[in-house]
Structures are given as C-alpha cells and as structure tokens.
Design a protein around this ligand. Sequence first.
Ligand SMILES: [Zn+2]
Length: 430
Amino acid sequence: MLHLFKTLPKGHKILVGSVSALLALLLILPSDDAEAIRDHDLEKLKVGERYPLVVDVESRPLVESDVAPEYAWRTETVKSGDSLAKLFDRAGLSARTLHELLSQLGDAGKPLTVLRPGETLDFAKDEDGTLLAIRYAPSRTRIIDVVKDGDQYRLSDQSLPVEHREQFATGTITSNFWNAGISAGLSPAVIDGIANILGYDIDFALELREGDSFAVIYNQDFVDGDFLADSDILAVSFTNQGQTYNAVRHSDGNYYSPEGKSLRKAFLRSPVSYKYISSSFNPRRLHPVTGRVRPHNGIDYAAKTGTPVYASGDGRVMRSGYSSLNGNYVFIRHGEQFVTKYLHLSKRMVKTGQKVKQGQRIGNVGATGRVTGPHLHYEFLVNGVHRNPRTVKLPEASPVPKGELAAFKAQAGDMLARLESHRRIMLAMR
Ligand SMILES: [Zn+2]
C-alpha cells in the first residue's frame, strides 16, 4: 500500500554488482546464509565478474507509522493534468474539505499542490467520510504526513536519514573504459564521474591502452536499508600507459592530487565523448584524400556521425561556418592565448560571437568537407601556433588552500592506502 516501504519475499535473488559487495555480505550474513556463497567456491571468483547470490531476506512488516495506523488507507496515483482537487474528488473527499485543509495548513501545505505524474498519495477517512490523514512521499528520502488533530489538520515534513556505504571496484581495460567500468560492476554515473575527474589528464577517447587499470572507492546511498543511488566518488586511481593518476575528493567537492593540486584545468584533453570512439586512425602519414604527405595540425577522433562534440574550454565562438575543406566548423577563442578548432561537423549548435562553457555541446561529429569518413578534426593553438592537444601543458585551477593542505594530505594518504589494500585483496582472490 505504501510504496515507500517495499518488502522482499524470502529467498529473493539479488544480483550483487561487485566482489566487494559480496565480501561485505559475507561479513554481515548469519552463518547459514554464508554457506550458500561458499558453494560458489571463493577461489574461483574473478575480479570484475558478476555473481548471483541467494540471500534470505526476512519479510519486513510495513513500518508502523504513528499516523493512526488502524485507518483504512486508499492510494491515489497522480496522472498527467491532475490537481489536488481532482485527487480529492477521486478519493471521495469534498471540495470543502480541501479548502479547509489548505487554509489551515497555509504555506506548509504547498508541497501538496505541486504534484508530479506517477506520484502517489494515501488518504485515510473515517466511516463518515471525514479526512483523517494524508501520506505523501515526494521523494524516496522525504515523507509528508497530514493528520487531523481535533479540528485542526497538522502537517509534518520529514527527511529520512541517508546512509552512505563505501564501495570499492577495480578493473582492467581490454577494449575501452566504458566496457571495463561496466564489467567492474560500476554504474554509468560512476563511470562518467571517473572520466570527468580524470578527463583533464587522460584522453579517455584515444590514449587508453589494453592493460591500463583503475581502482575506485565511492559511496552508495541507502534509505531505510534500501539502495537509493550511487553518490560521491571518494578516491580514484588510474594507471594509463604506465603512469598512475590519483584523485581524492576534498570537502569542497573538488578533486585534487594527493599533493593538493587541482585536477581541473582550463581545457579538456578530449572534446568528444569517450564512449563512442571507434578507433584512432593514424593522421601523421598521408593525407587520406590527396595521398600526399602533409602536416597534420590536429588530432582526428574517429566516431559515428552524430557523436556529441564539446567545447574543451570556456570561451567565445570566433567563427561558426562552412567551407569546402573544413566542412562545418567551429573555432573558439579562449582568452588572449588560446584557440581551439573543430572540423567536419555534421551539425553546428553555436553561432559566431556566442559565449560557450567548458563541456558545452557545440555540434556533432560528421563527414563534411574533404574527408573519407566521419571524424572530428581537433586543433589546439597557443599564441597562434599549433600544439599537440594531447601533450600541451594546460593551465590549472587553484590548489587546496594552504590552511587545509595538511589535513587534506593526511586524508588523501589514508584514502590511497585503503584503495591499495582493497586492490591487494582483489588480486589475492584471483
Ligand atoms: Zn585531421
């Protein structure tokens, strides 16, 4: 009846996304349940694989509410175009009751009037049809109760405590980061999170190699024991072509190296989504159309037509246009020193003179101009000179403030030690 408090039937199968979660379960389960997992033979477990666990979960009774639990509740679902008045009508409650309720609650009653389709409200009436209580959960972490107390309706707006649980995952690149993340049991949100944190140092589209590896500690949020969502990444370590990049979250929500240097920079390494890169073709030799050797002033990202292209830094569009060589192109000026260029687009989404933000979509990959196939040609100019976008030194954002540095370094050291010990346990299990 109350959708908020789901129960699981006994013996319900739960898919657990990572071996760490499995270990956590081993620790908390009573011995009978642990038996079921031992059957899987721990030594055969592989890192990055998913394993079904049979877990006995006792059916829990609906959480007893102090809102007159003996009432008979009736649930109404909000449909498109519904108002509280329509819901009252369907629940068999009068317009007069609604008026009385809203005038008594005043401003406190506002959340009841901004309902979204799909939400549910539970109504309790007595045998005379008098409204006794309403229960409404605008989100999984918030419950609004209205109770009739004598002649007065009273509203309580309650936030449920969110519990953070740390998760650990590790993986190795065999094809691309997206696939490695998925096989490590990570959600798309966490995979994107890692790519965003390290996307200034690592070009996830072109620079990853087979054998690159990563380890991450992140939070999962639970409400009343139920999984809500993946939340903050706390620390991540990524080894790319033999070089290890570490990032730790500071209390300001930004990510820094263990020494306290910012990972954010004025430019992204790669202006296209790493998810869709098919291959990197070798641009340094012959021109694909003329067959002549000619200098290539940028990087080519081979990707399907329609793949999003992003502004690599904040700036202003110098030119958004078309030519027979460049096809649809966008040039962006970033302050006095820097210019970035994006060629062969199938679609342009910005106009000359327009201001753009780092990460803003400016167009789509295409095959316009003189090309053999769809790709983004990307150039990076410093003071008018072409530089290699992959290796050029990029200006950094501010480091951890001096006053917080000692505390941050201690916390970062602790986090990285935990990453390392988790990683050792995983390796020992192989
Ligand atoms: Zn090119």
